[in-house]
Write a protein that binds this ligand. Structure first.
Ligand SMILES: [Fe+2]
Length: 368
């Protein structure tokens, strides 16, 4: 299996993993031979990457971070409840978060148990979602990244549960913001941006009233856009005034926002997403946390096509634990000539580095 940018897909490429649409139903099934029309449709849907199966990459498989059933159940719960809350708000009804919190806690516990049994670095590169479901999928992804980072950072089980609930509800305040503003492709006006910023205050107000939700969890909604140097919002607080959960969620939020499939712009690859976090490490984000995050996510996910510094090219076939920048590569060509595929472990060849990721063609030069 290998990952391909939709822009480099060819007719008759064989789909390696099913693609789901916004209603969780299958858009294209695994094993389908792609037609021109299907490729066009994927582009229209805003899909950036897909998995394809071919002879050269046979036996390369990716394990999902969380089970498909957990994923579907989580998205359904988030979608149902966020939609209900939004409708109640429109009708001027008060929201009883105490009623809803056990449902969300249950989802968080299921995700957490899947994360505990997952041994690999986290990769959600090809997860496909569409425009109007963005906030639901994003809430799930942020929960997964936050829990994986919190675990790596040494948080206790109780802390992980609080963090998870804060992560799944971090953008709950967005239900009160008009969808046209949230999905606007053009640059936002000052007023529109001020309105979007309000989601932190709205979310905090909703959550802090609930007796069953800890105040720290409520602060996740309040503080996840705050930055170490005071450049964030809503209050512009600094350093240790920002709670550790909010710092974790802030990193997960930015990473998912830039690496996730969005209709109006191309998703960045994980190595680029991480570069972005590193560029803000110590100013906007906690440096130690960014370090821990780099050991948590798959910088070069399994199936990614890469070029090496010695002229060889191949596909990532295995991760190497914490050493997420040095995976095992199945070499497919040397100096532009095809060779019989073989594995090269970058942990055993430290002088060789990954110089570019071919999936996004020439646009993804590795800068470190
Ligand atoms: Fe947010």
């Amino acid at each position: 299996m290998r990952i391909r940018s939709v822009h480099s897909l060819k007719e008759n490429d064989c789909l390696g993993k099913a693609i789901y649409n916004e209603n969780d139903s299958i858009l294209l099934n695994q094993g389908v031979s792609l037609t021109k029309r299907m490729i066009e449709r994927l582009k229209e849907k805003g899909v950036s990457f897909v998995y394809i199966d071919d002879k050269e990459t046979e036996g390369i498989i990716t394990d999902d971070v969380i089970k498909e059933s957990t994923k579907q159940e989580s998205i359904r719960t988030i979608k149902e409840n966020f939609t209900n809350i939004s409708q109640s708000l429109k009708l001027g009804k008060t929201i009883d978060m105490d009623k809803l919190s056990p449902t969300f806690s249950n989802v968080v516990n299921n995700i957490l148990s899947d994360i505990h049994s997952n041994k690999e670095a986290v990769s959600m590169l090809s997860d496909v979602f569409c425009y109007d479901t963005y906030v639901f999928q994003h809430s799930l992804n942020v929960t997964i990244y936050s829990l994986a980072l919190g675990k790596k950072y040494g948080l206790s089980e109780k802390q992980l549960e609080e963090l998870g609930l804060g992560a799944i509800l971090h953008d709950i305040g967005k239900v009160a913001i008009p969808i046209e503003v949230l999905n606007k492709e053009e640059t936002l006006t000052f007023e529109e941006f001020a309105l979007i910023k309000e989601h932190t205050n709205i979310g905090f107000d909703m959550l802090r009233k609930a007796h069953t939700i800890s105040l720290l969890t409520a602060h996740c909604a309040f503080q996840h856009h705050e930055r170490l140097d005071g450049s964030g919002y809503p209050r512009g607080i600094k350093g240790d005034d920002i709670h550790i959960y909010a710092k974790i969620i802030g990193i997960a939020d930015v990473f998912d926002a830039v690496t996730g499939n969005r209709v109006y712009r191309k998703a960045k690859l994980p190595n680029e997403g991480l570069e972005l976090l590193y560029s803000g490490a110590a100013t906007m984000f906690d440096k130690e946390m960014v370090e821990a995050f780099s050991k948590t996510v798959a910088i070069y996910p399994i199936g990614l096509e890469v070029a090496l510094s010695d002229g060889r090219m191949g596909v990532v076939s295995k991760q190497n634990g914490d050493f997420t920048s040095r995976p095992v590569i199945r070499i497919l060509s040397e100096e532009g000539k095809q060779v019989t595929p073989y594995e090269l472990n970058l942990m055993e060849h430290l002088s060789i580095t990954i110089t570019s990721c071919e999936t996004a063609l020439t646009q993804n030069k590795v800068t470190n």
